[in-house]
Design a protein around this ligand. Sequence first.
Ligand SMILES: [Mg+2]
Length: 105
Amino acid sequence: MAHNLDSVCRSAMAHWGFPAQADILQEECGELIVALSHARRLRPESEKELLEEAVDVYIMVRQIMNELDQDKVQSMIQHKLGRTVDLIREERVRKGQPKPAILGN
Ligand SMILES: [Mg+2]
C-alpha cells in the first residue's frame, strides 16, 4: 500500500509537534552529511546509505515546509530556481559554452 507523502507528514507533525520534528530534521541533516562523505569516498553500501538519508531529510523538510505559508513557499522556490538558472547561464557564458534549451532566453 502506497502512503500519501503529505498526509503522513501532516499526521507526524500533528502527533509529535514542531519542536520534536525540528530536532529530528537536525539529526537527519547530520546523518545526510555523513552519508555524503561516505559516498564521496566510495565506501561500500554508500549508495544505499545516501538514498536512505536523503529520503529521511526530504520527508522531514516536507513536514517543516507544510507548516509554512504555501504561497510564500512556492514564491521562494521560484526565486531560488531562478537564481540557479541565472548562475548556470552566467557560468556557461563565462566559459563560452552553449546554453541548454532548458534555461530559456
Ligand atoms: Mg536517517
